[in-house]
Design a protein around this ligand. Structure first.
Ligand SMILES: *Cc1c(COP(=O)(O)O)cnc(C)c1O
Length: 480
């Protein structure tokens, strides 16, 4: 490398043969590594020595790719976040897929800047957005843009709702003294208050409406809260329905929430980060009734739809309002009648990013490779494994279910152990490499939370989780 760089100013090799051979070997190794996932422990802590090895001064001379790849295999690959593993059950993580892996390679070669301009990447993103709208029953003209994830998608939706409520002046003058108020379920994701914070409205402007025993926003309480705020001279502008709460997968009565929003003249946004994917299943789609009435929807392709990270999406029913929220007139980025600067509107006028990666290809290839029905079967499979796990928990006297299972998330605890000990138990399971659930708090109790998002997870994996919990809990009970 060093010799080569002395003689050339570019970065391409003189001869691609070595790159080609290494690339083939990497692909073979990575496919083996994926195929062997089940045989490995779900997670291994990266040893301190290897962390230290990663910390090195800025390299001055280039190193051969062979050596770099050897470092990757030694220092990186064994210490991943485990998303490929069938017994990864923590948080909300998709498992990736073969079409998505190959798409990432093609994306890196194609390497467009999807800020905009006239190229196939922009057309493909529009197609993916149209598929998303079709999936949830929103109109064909629905606008949308791909983003890093639902956190950004919820943020964009809050900004469009803010623009709709206060007009163009809000973009130049800010919210000023207007006391905007938004509403979401007490079970809403933390990125919703943060979006209000980032939008300059403040997270205190979010009313957390109580949820019922099924973790669904109480529509009556929502209606009463809006009326009280309007009577007090505040400015209600937005209600966020949740389709799939992060704790336990509850789905708000979206039709009921839509009705309150319509009656009060509020923007109706849905956070369907993973739950919107249930629209791909004929069995679970009815739970989302009302989602098609959303003014905007945030959801992720990288969760239940298994697209490699990252790929989130916001849909906005009113394309003109979406554009009016972000569009800028800049001499160096202006649209042209023809040539490369044609093809408006560009994604850079639909969200906060200018330079953007080509996320659409991996989404497009995943949807084409498996079809809506294939991904719908992944949804149904995850829910089936969750029901199996919940039934097993119910049968085990040592365990207690903490929340109803709507979709693919099961929250439970070991009855005999304290909250602290249940939390330790989850770390024990992860460190033993048996399974990797996460934790949350349900009704004041620490919950062991198993979220069945990975398409490779089977009922036997769910049983392995319970067996591991019971075994490690017995050890803890003995040790106490
Ligand atoms: C995951 C999640 C988010 C955040 O999405 P990211 O893609 O992680 O930014 C928001 N809401 C819910 C309900 C989620 O599950």
């Amino acid at each position: 490398m060093a010799d080569f760089l002395a003689a050339h100013t570019g970065l391409d090799p003189e001869d691609w043969a070595a790159t080609r051979a290494l690339g083939h070997r990497m692909l073979d190794d990575m496919i083996d590594w994926l195929a062997d996932a089940r045989a490995r422990p779900v997670w291994r802590r990266m040893p301190d020595g290897k962390r230290a090895e990663l910390r090195a001064p800025l390299p001055q001379d280039g190193v051969g790719l062979e050596a770099i790849y050897a470092d990757f295999q030694r220092l990186v690959l064994p210490y991943g976040a485990a998303n490929e593993h069938p017994r990864m059950m923590g948080w909300v993580n998709g498992g990736g897929n073969a079409a998505g892996i190959l798409a990432e390679l093609l994306t890196a070669v194609f390497n467009p800047n999807c800020a905009g301009r006239d190229h196939a990447g922009i057309e493909m993103e529009r197609q993916v957005v149209a598929w998303a709208a079709e999936m949830v029953g929103m109109p064909a003209e629905t606008s949308g843009v791909l983003l890093a994830g639902s956190s950004m998608a919820n943020m964009v939706a809050v900004l469009v709702a803010r623009r709709a409520a206060l007009g163009a002046e809000v973009r130049t003058g800010g919210v000023g003294g207007v006391r905007l108020v938004a509403y979401a379920s007490a079970a809403a994701h933390g990125c919703v208050p943060r979006a209000l914070d980032m939008a300059g409205i403040g997270s205190d402007a979010l009313r957390l409406v109580p949820a019922d025993a099924a973790h669904r926003m109480e529509v009556g309480a929502l209606r009463a809260a809006v009326a009280a705020d309007q009577a007090a001279g505040l400015r209600p502008f937005l209600v966020v329905g949740t389709a799939g709460t992060v704790d336990c997968g509850a789905i708000d009565d979206l039709a009921g929430v839509a009705e309150v929003a319509r009656a009060a003249g509020l923007w109706f946004h849905v956070d369907g980060a993973f739950g919107a994917t249930a629209a791909l299943s004929a069995r679970y789609r009815p739970l989302l009734a009302g989602i098609e009435r959303a003014d905007s929807l945030a959801f992720d392709f990288h969760k239940w739809m298994q697209v490699p990270y990252d790929a989130g999406c916001v849909l906005v029913r009113d394309p003109a309002m979406h554009l009016a929220t972000f569009a800028q007139d800049l001499a160096y980025l202006t649209y042209a009648e023809r040539g490369m600067a044609g093809n408006p509107p560009w994604p850079r006028d639909l969200g906060p990013d200018l330079s953007r990666e080509f996320r659409a290809l991996k989404v497009w290839m995943t949807l084409l490779a498996y079809g809506a029905d294939g991904l719908g079967r992944v949804v149904e499979h995850g829910c089936k494994v969750a029901r199996h796990l919940a039934a097993r928990v119910a049968r085990e006297p040592a365990l207690e279910l903490l929340a109803p299972v709507t979709l693919n998330i099961v929250c439970f605890r070991v009855v005999a152990l304290s909250d602290a000990a249940n939390r330790e138990l989850v770390a024990d399971l992860q460190e033993a490499g048996i399974a990797a659930p996460s934790t949350t708090v349900i009704g004041g109790r620490l919950a062991i939370r198993a979220a069945l998002f990975n398409h490779r997870t089977t009922e036997a994996d769910a049983d392995a989780l319970v067996d591991g919990v019971l075994q490690l809990a017995a050890q803890r009970a003995v040790l106490r």
